[in-house]
Design a protein around this ligand. Structure first.
Ligand SMILES: [Zn+2]
Length: 404
């Protein structure tokens, strides 16, 4: 006697089919019931049943007609991107960026709230709750509060995304904060937490340049340097939540290499992050190098960038040097992963015109098997909405999840 299906198995199959049908409609854009059956191999009656269920949930709508060779034109089904909203949030050391995002990844409303630095945890949470309440109360096109389906948060550091706990954050200096539990208790909405560079990569996979590719790496440069790795279409997190700490890849064993925020020497971040670039300029001025920033009390990255734009030799050299080390790091990534594309984002791209030429030149001289000629390097100039879209994707992908 064969294995009998239990009620549980039956439910599981129904859920699987529901997920498959929903995902087919999402990826096709607009498709008929017969089209879904053809694409998925599911029977027409199963497809119709699943479609009715999805129509009742409001997650899909009937729209337009398919081109038909004759007879009655079939109705097309598509995702109702207005069925709900999500909230996407990016934690930063000096501000919180948050947005109401539709199910197609478009930010409907963005709020940016500065927070005092250094970070005071209590104050930070008060600002965070304020920002979330503002977005939940925001009404547009009749979308009501109950239709916000979840909150996605991206933040730097080591994150246990299953439990929604910030384990370690070198920028925010928080350890073991159960952010998901705190915010779910406060707002009664599902909350998802993920490393910010991973959210950036997920946003690219769902809505950006990564849509059609299976293997790519998102690199972010700025205050910190990190990567989000997509392998075979899926985010790679590692075994202990720690994958992607590219900023701490060692590229120098020199005892005098700059000290990194992680406490070690020789990390890429110690050479190519914004603070590293500022430190290099400061130190060079102290050693007697000429610069229009000589005499400045505090060297900030925006001052270095402005000086470079005016042709200041030292500041130009500082960015070129950052590009040199970044190039070595990226070359290691290319030799390790052989990705289709490397997407570069983050605040640091504002200085891309001074960083990227040297970076690309190092990549071309240090990659093996000619991989440097095959990989596409794609700089995305910094935009807040890429971060919030990524964070919102944490919620959106749960809604469209195929449950296996
Ligand atoms: Zn480090």
């Amino acid at each position: 006697m064969g294995k009998r299906l239990t009620i549980g198995d039956n439910d599981l199959i129904k859920n699987l089919n529901l997920g498959i049908v929903l995902d087919t409609i999402r990826t096709e854009g607009a498709v008929s019931r017969a089209g879904i059956s053809k694409l998925t191999g599911l029977s027409k009656s199963t497809c119709s049943l699943m479609v009715e269920k999805l129509l009742r949930s409001g997650l899909i709508i009937e729209k337009g007609k398919d081109h038909s060779s004759g007879g009655r034109k079939p109705v097309l089904l598509q995702i109702n991107y207005e069925a709900g909203r999500t909230v996407g949030i990016k934690f930063m050391a000096d501000r919180i960026i948050a947005a109401l995002v539709d199910l197609n990844g478009n930010a409907v409303k963005i709020i940016e709230k500065p927070v005092p630095f250094p970070v005071d945890q209590k104050e930070y949470f008060a600002s965070l709750e304020d920002v979330i309440s503002n977005l939940l109360d925001f009404q547009q096109n009749g979308v009501e509060r109950r239709k916000v389906l979840g909150i996605g948060i991206g933040m730097s550091g080591l994150i246990d995304s299953e439990e929604g706990v910030s384990l370690q954050s070198s920028i925010l200096h928080w350890d073991n904060i159960p952010i998901k539990r705190i915010l779910e208790a406060r707002f009664q909405i599902p909350v998802y937490l993920e490393n910010d560079v991973n959210t950036f990569a997920l946003g690219e996979k769902w809505f950006g340049f990564g849509k059609e590719i299976e293997n790519f790496i998102c690199v972010t440069i700025g205050k910190g340097i990190g990567i989000g790795i997509i392998i075979d279409g899926k985010l790679y997190r590692g075994s202990h939540h720690g994958a992607g700490e590219f900023g701490h890849m060692k590229i120098s064993s020199d005892e005098d290499a700059p000290l990194c925020s992680c406490g070690h020497r020789g990390c890429i971040e110690g050479f190519a992050s914004d603070p590293a670039i500022c430190r290099y300029v400061e130190q060079s001025i102290t050693e007697g190098k000429e610069s229009i920033l000589k005499g400045e009390k505090a060297i900030t990255i925006s001052k270095v960038l402005n000086a470079a734009r005016k042709g200041d030799t030292l500041c130009l050299e500082a960015f070129k040097r950052a590009g040199y080390y970044l190039g070595y790091g990226l070359s290691n990534l290319i030799n390790l992963f052989d990705p289709d594309t490397i997407i570069i984002g983050g605040e640091g791209t504002a200085a891309g015109e001074f960083i990227f030429p040297e970076m690309e030149s190092v990549i071309h001289t240090t990659s093996i098997y000619g991989l440097d000629t095959k990989v596409k390097i794609l700089p995305l100039y910094y935009e807040d909405n890429l971060w919030v879209r990524g964070a919102a994707t944490l919620v959106i992908r749960e809604i469209f999840k195929i449950p296996f």
